[in-house]
Design a protein around this ligand. Structure first.
Ligand code: SF4
Ligand code: ZN
Ligand code: ZN
Length: 324
């Protein structure tokens, strides 16, 4: 059967949300076109420099490939963090990622929790256990990753940080926040996250209208050798996300396109909520942590990351990646 778009090449993939059968080339072009539209919507064409936060998983390969194709005049730099998880972080994965990025003219900055925070994730987890704290590895991991990505983006003078979150990730996050009744989080997520501090570099998610199965297919068609090893701390991830993921899969299989429609609706609600909250928020910027200088929540003197380290009996030994 021939492709529904070019009518010439053989179709290799069925896209349920459009009802079309596509050949490899037209499928890749279709994904890139959605990334281009999203990049335009999020203002990336006006950027001089964009930092890509890349984990080495399939989505980061697709993100880098599609952005390199779409944002021809914009300087792209990538940043990868080695968390320090034994059996999970592998040098060969970073080397492969680096080679792939070099082929697209993108420099890779290689950072780690050990060199930039002073401790590996395993050391943080171990220290917190000794102190009897009930903190999951993912709490340390997510918090420090966000902090380091923001710091590095500032240091290299990036106008935006692009992450590889796909449509499934975005809708799951929206649903989780709604289920928790945490609507204030909406203003930090979504299409145009609100910047409550000049020290936050604007985050964008160019793959937010691309289904996860599509990033998998893209990576497969392109033959990427991405990292597939599972993190040993995966069981500590909140189980709610796995349940929401399952629920959304079954919804999507019964009503193809449901995730895209949900995203549109959530974006609209988030926009409304943001306008309401803007009126109620304090006029001044977020305070900055006395220890590390990163923005922290209103009313706090020390950020959550520094607080967690200190409670685990560890002294922060922060070091810059770029000026070393
Ligand atoms: Fe980090 Fe948790 Fe993901 Fe492992 S599963 S990489 S600890 S967030
Ligand atoms: Zn085609
Ligand atoms: Zn801090």
């Amino acid at each position: 059967m021939n492709c529904d778009v070019c009518k010439v090449r053989e179709a290799e993939v069925f896209q349920p949300h459009t009802g079309r059968r596509l050949c490899k080339e037209c499928f890749i072009n279709d994904v890139r076109e959605r990334v281009r539209q999203e990049a335009e919507r999020q203002g990336l064409f006006k950027a001089r420099k964009v930092l890509l936060a890349v984990s080495g998983g399939k989505d980061s390969y697709v993100l880098a490939d599609a952005l390199a194709e779409v944002l021809k005049g914009v300087k792209l730099i990538a940043y990868n963090i080695t968390e320090g998880i034994s059996g999970y972080n592998r040098e060969e994965h970073v080397a492969k990622l680096e080679g792939f990025l070099r082929g697209r003219g993108i420099e890779l900055l290689k950072g780690s929790f050990k060199s930039q925070v002073g401790y590996t994730l395993d050391e943080m987890v171990q220290a917190s256990k000794v102190k009897g704290l009930n903190v999951s590895a993912c709490t340390f991991c997510g918090g420090f990753r966000r902090k380091l990505i923001n710091e590095v983006a500032r240091e290299v003078g990036a106008d935006f940080v692009a992450t590889g979150h796909n449509l499934d990730d975005e809708v799951q996050t929206y649903v989780i926040n709604f289920l928790r009744g945490d609507t204030s989080r909406l203003i930090r997520e979504g299409e145009e996250p609100l910047r409550l501090s000049d020290y936050f570099v604007q985050r964008v998610k160019p793959l937010r209208r691309v289904y996860e199965w599509e990033t998998t297919m893209y990576a497969y068609f392109k033959g990427y050798e991405f990292q597939e090893v599972e993190c040993p701390y995966i069981s500590q991830r909140p189980t709610l996300r796995a349940k929401v993921r399952e629920l959304l899969y079954s919804l999507e299989s019964k009503a193809p396109g449901a995730l895209l429609r949900l995203l549109e609706e959530f974006d609209r609600l988030a926009g409304e909520r943001k306008r309401e909250m803007l009126k109620a928020l304090p006029r001044h910027q977020l305070p900055r942590c006395r220890i590390c200088g990163e923005p922290t929540s209103y009313g706090r003197e020390i950020c959550k990351n520094c607080e967690l380290l200190l409670a685990s009996g560890l002294t922060p030994k922060y070091a810059s990646l770029v000026s070393r």
